[in-house]
Design a protein around this ligand. Structure first.
Ligand SMILES: [Zn+2]
Length: 309
């Protein structure tokens, strides 16, 4: 399977997520080598790869850097494998990677180290594409009008998209010695799970008992446990402040807050706990009588209506 150019596993190893800086065993490297072509690689070729993956990159080894297809999120161990998978010459993908060409085989390509750092534009586009951010003219429950409506579960219902976003968040905290990721129900459970997976940590969640945020289900923290708090769409940050208090109460250290979208316009801050957001939005709202969209006769969509963009 992997030997014939499919690129998910080789010799039972799920090697697509390898980071060039990771240490790789000789066995894994051999499997990587075999997976590139379905042929045994020479000792010298394997040597080269091992050298590269052990963090001794050389310009000539660029073709052995893992790359990702931006559209599908699929990761390939090298340009060569990626090229074979879409049936184009590897030089075309190489040109895309070096900014000399826009697409190859109809796709955009990046080295994987870059893809973990999603730009705000990439995050925004992904959220719009999935309908998590809707643009139009919306009547909110507050009876205010807004040109945007956010439905986080439109993206969270897609595990692959959620994984991608959480990996981008995790990238910012990979050196922060996080031990546990915590999120508040409901979206926070999913985000904590995916972010914890990316960081290789535990993932737990807080929930309310009689309106008070706490840990249930036997969740606990050891004294000084380093915790990353995650949340999806943050409007005021109120829930996050409650999670911070829970973490402190249980003996943990809230290292940072990581948000998918900070739509507070900079108002969501957490005293001594630093925060990070994949996307910052300032969601404008208008009184109906002052609404510019009403003046332009843009049809009004009631909040929560599905399928409207
Ligand atoms: Zn309006």
């Amino acid at each position: 399977m992997a030997l014939s150019g499919s690129i998910k596993t080789a010799g039972g190893y799920h090697w697509a997520y390898l980071n060039p800086d990771d240490k790789v065993s000789e066995k894994t490297s051999k499997n990587l080598g075999r997976a590139t072509r379905g042929k045994k690689q020479s000792a010298e070729q394997i040597e080269k790869r091992v050298a590269h993956f052990k963090g001794k990159p050389h310009e000539n080894y660029n073709s052995y850097k893992p790359v990702v297809c931006v559209e599908t999120g699929r990761i390939f161990a090298s340009i060569k494998i990626a090229a074979e998978s879409v049936g184009v010459h590897q030089s075309l993908i190489s040109k895309v990677l070096h900014g000399k060409k826009k697409t190859a085989g109809g796709y955009h390509w990046k080295f994987t180290k870059e893809v973990f750092y999603m730009t705000e534009k990439e995050v925004y586009d992904l959220l719009v594409e999935t309908g998590a951010i809707m643009n139009g003219h919306f009547l909110l429950t507050s009876s205010l009008h807004s040109p945007h409506y956010v439905e986080k579960f439109n993206v969270l219902q897609h595990p692959e998209m959620t994984e991608k976003l959480c990996r981008a968040m995790a990238e910012h905290f990979k050196d922060a010695q996080i031990e546990t990721v915590v999120g508040p129900v409901t979206g926070g459970i999913i985000l904590a799970h995916e972010t914890g997976k990316a960081l290789g940590t535990r993932a737990i969640f807080t929930e309310r008992v009689d309106g008070v945020m706490t840990f249930r289900r036997g969740f606990s923290l050891h004294e000084g446990e380093r915790v990353l708090i995650v949340e999806d769409i943050v409007t005021t940050g109120g829930s996050i402040r409650e999670v911070i208090d829970v973490v402190k109460k249980f003996g943990g250290v809230p290292v940072a807050v990581s948000m998918l979208v900070d739509r507070s316009g900079g108002k969501a801050t957490f005293d001594d706990v630093p925060s990070f957001a994949l996307l910052h939005m300032n969601v404008e709202t208008y009184q109906p009588e002052d609404c510019p969209l009403c003046k332009e006769n843009v049809p009004l969509t009631k909040r929560g209506s599905t399928g409207k963009k």
